[in-house]
Design a protein around this ligand. Structure first.
Ligand code: HEM
Ligand SMILES: *[C@@H]1O[C@H](CO)[C@@H](O)[C@H](O)[C@H]1NC(C)=O
Ligand SMILES: *[C@@H]1O[C@H](CO)[C@@H](O)[C@H](O)[C@H]1NC(C)=O
Ligand SMILES: *[C@@H]1O[C@H](CO)[C@@H](O)[C@H](O)[C@H]1NC(C)=O
Length: 336
């Protein structure tokens, strides 16, 4: 009963978020510009690229970790670096919402490193939100994904609260309808949702996120697995995750075929029952999403084009400009 209530309040929140979004004017992105820092910090793009490149070479998990961090930041109140704030003694920040499940430290670290360099070159000028947006773009490109333009001038959020997260982020146990309404509430189409899900062509998921698909599925016995998973894949996952209850750090590649490469293999995998999360695999079975999965599986150019447009849209979602934000001195703390 409690579960049911929680679930319906999340849905309600998603629906209300949509209503609220429609009843206010769209946030102004007019002030964003590619050359926003031309006079105040002309080398910003190069500095971020250099820091990001070094970090990705030293820690190859940075790319996927940062991409997920950026998605979570943007979907909860806009791309405003609210996710980078540390919880204080009296407040639980956005990054400590339960869903953050090991949002990896690499994504935080790469932003902090770039910020440190930028504070030396042009103190107090470049926002953490802009750094995260640029770093994400550079990392996607480094992983083999498409280049896209990031307009700059975001301000950093003045608030960050764990309890604002619920209802804004998709979960792997959601139905396609629930996921569609989460994305629709933020103005994203079904096609854009599928394109963005292609981000799961890189990175990892922890066993807990898909354990119900590979163990005791539908109470069918300890090794019963979801029939939409390829049997070989299910058995390999059962083995890899055998100790996951004792060791919560065990994780597996989202895309077992080309795990570190940003390509359309994620979509090809779905056709063969190689989707890892339930929310991945159901994109293949639902009539609303399947045509896009098939399109992207067959045509990498189409995937890249649509991913670029969706990322450009995501990158300006709910951004704060002018007095609605600040340029933080430290990315993990408000200025005051
Ligand atoms: C469509 C609904 C989505 C659901 C249900 C979902 C859920 C998840 C879950 C449960 C994980 C595993 C987290 C862990 O175990 O540490 C994950 C990983 C990831 N997600 Fe999503 N996600 C969705 C969409 C997206 C989008 C739109 C993006 C980015 C544009 C994204 C980027 C990533 C990345 C890159 C990872 C790997 C992170 C890493 O390796 O550290 N996801 N996602
Ligand atoms: C999905 O799982 C979360 C916790 O992991 C739970 O709170 C929620 O009720 C579940 N939602 C659905 C649709 O089953
Ligand atoms: C995620 O939240 C947990 C508490 O819910 C916290 O212990 C952990 O440090 C957070 N992870 C990150 C990367 O902030
Ligand atoms: C793949 O998609 C691109 C972009 O939409 C299109 O121009 C191209 O014709 C498509 N290729 C094939 C083989 O359908």
């Amino acid at each position: 009963m409690a579960r049911h209530l929680q679930h319906s309040s999340a849905l309600l929140a998603a629906v209300l978020a949509g209503v609220v979004a429609l009843s206010f004017p769209a946030p102004s992105t007019a002030k964003l510009a590619l050359d926003y820092y031309q006079k105040t910090c002309p080398r910003v793009v190069d500095i971020v690229t250099q820091v990001v490149t070094n970090k990705q070479i030293a820690n190859p998990t940075t790319g996927a970790g940062t991409l997920r961090l950026f998605f979570h930041d943007c979907f909860v109140g806009g791309c405003d670096a609210s996710i980078l704030i540390s919880s204080g003694a009296f407040s639980r920040a956005e990054r400590d919402a339960d869903i953050n499940l090991s949002l990896p430290g690499d994504g935080f670290d790469v932003v902090v490193r770039a910020k440190t360099q930028l504070e030396i070159q042009c103190p107090g000028v470049v926002s953490c939100a802009d750094i995260l947006a640029l770093a994400t773009r550079d990392l996607v490109t480094m992983l083999g994904g498409p280049f896209y333009h990031v307009r700059l001038g975001r301000k950093d959020a003045l608030a960050s609260k764990a309890d604002t997260v619920e209802g804004h982020l998709p979960r792997p146990n959601m139905t396609v309808s629930q996921m569609i309404s989460i994305f629709a509430a933020k103005g994203f189409t079904v096609q854009e949702m599928v394109a963005l899900s292609g981000a799961h062509t890189v990175g990892f998921s922890h066993c807990k996120e898909f354990a119900n698909r590979i163990y005791n599925y539908n109470n069918g016995g300890p090794n019963a697995f979801d029939p939409s998973i390829s049997p070989e894949f299910a058995k390999a996952l059962q083995k890899a995750c055998a100790n996951y209850i004792n060791d919560a750090t065990i994780s597996t590649f989202n895309d077992i075929m080309t795990p570190g490469k940003f390509d359309n293999m994620y979509f090809k995998n779905l056709a063969g029952g190689l989707g890892l999360l339930a929310s991945d695999q159901i994109l293949m079975s639902d009539w609303r999403t399947r045509p896009f999965v098939e399109l992207y599986a067959a045509n990498n150019t189409a995937f890249f084009n649509d991913f670029v447009h969706a990322m450009e849209k995501l990158s300006v979602y709910g951004v704060k400009t002018g007095r609605n934000g600040e340029v933080r001195r430290r990315c993990d703390n408000f200025n005051n």
